[in-house]
Design a protein around this ligand. Sequence first.
Ligand SMILES: Nc1ncnc2c1ncn2[C@@H]1O[C@H](COP(=O)(O)OP(=O)(O)O)[C@@H](O)[C@H]1O
Ligand SMILES: [Mg+2]
Length: 332
Amino acid sequence: MTLLKVEDLTIAFKSRQGVVKAVDHLSLELEQGSSLGIVGESGSGKSVTSLSIMGLLQNANADITGNIVLDGVDLLRLSQKDMRKIRGKSVSMIFQEPMTSLNPLHTCGKQIMEPILIHQKDVSKQDARNMAMEMLRLVGIPSPEQRFHEYPHQMSGGMRQRIMIAIALACHTKLLIADEPTTALDVTIQAQILDLMTSLKKKRNLSIIMITHDLGVVKEMCEKVVVMYTGQIVEKSPTELVFTDPLHPYTQGLLNAIPKISNKVDRLEAIEGTVPDALNMPSGCSFHPRCKYATEKCKLEAPPLFKQEDGREVRCFIYDVTKEVDDVHATK
Ligand SMILES: Nc1ncnc2c1ncn2[C@@H]1O[C@H](COP(=O)(O)OP(=O)(O)O)[C@@H](O)[C@H]1O
Ligand SMILES: [Mg+2]
């Protein structure tokens, strides 16, 4: 069953300097119980995409078009009030740095109880407390009775991320969006958190969107992957094939950069050049200035996503086969 369907999502920010198209006609689907990785360098529109699914961009100066349908409900057409009922209940999110989203003044236990009390009106405080304790156990916090009463600053980074996951899943959410959840953690703790997420995904038939600049994380966690560049999807593929047979020149570059990333370098130096300035995008294919295969055509024309025979989609003229998807948006 399709849980999430994003169609033609376009998000533009207006500023005095001009308009930044942070997300450009993005479409993706996610099945219940499956996991999708969104990969790309910093500034490619990953976080903006996830914030829009959470309904958290409404207050920014963002112009959003398209559809985001979660479990049959079009989230972009909901009022703020109705979106609040969905956030934390049907869709939850965890972030890179838990300290910025945890409340330093409340105990961890209280913060796990909060979404339960908000979304499940018939649950008593005592029941909520028991449920929160159960969540602490579920996410593998040792001595939960004691930890329940502790504050975020008393915990390590890995423990805090577990608390965030407990809060996110307290109301049996169907979709968990994880935005670089392990980037700030050291490698062993990172592996433990990914293992935890994988086991919770199975236990709860959870759907996961894993946002990362690290293809290694995708390999570990995700069945499918979309690669983003300058707000657009440049490749959609089953995870396996991205590693054995990457199509887009950018995806190939990301793969070459993997050993560097595992050394905790937050930059993909194997790809020459830098991401273009969002206010000053190149003509044609936005990747052409960095692409060793670029031709005259790439400088002039923006490629659409070309659907391959095996179902993969790739935004590059090299893969111009007979069928085209989203050809309407080929020209910006
Ligand atoms: N609130 C905002 N106002 C204006 N521009 C923004 C805002 N949030 C993000 N952007 C711009 O949108 C683009 C995509 O950002 P983001 O989704 O955070 O990238 P990623 O998560 O892939 O690193 C960037 O060019 C960023 O500067
Ligand atoms: Mg981000």
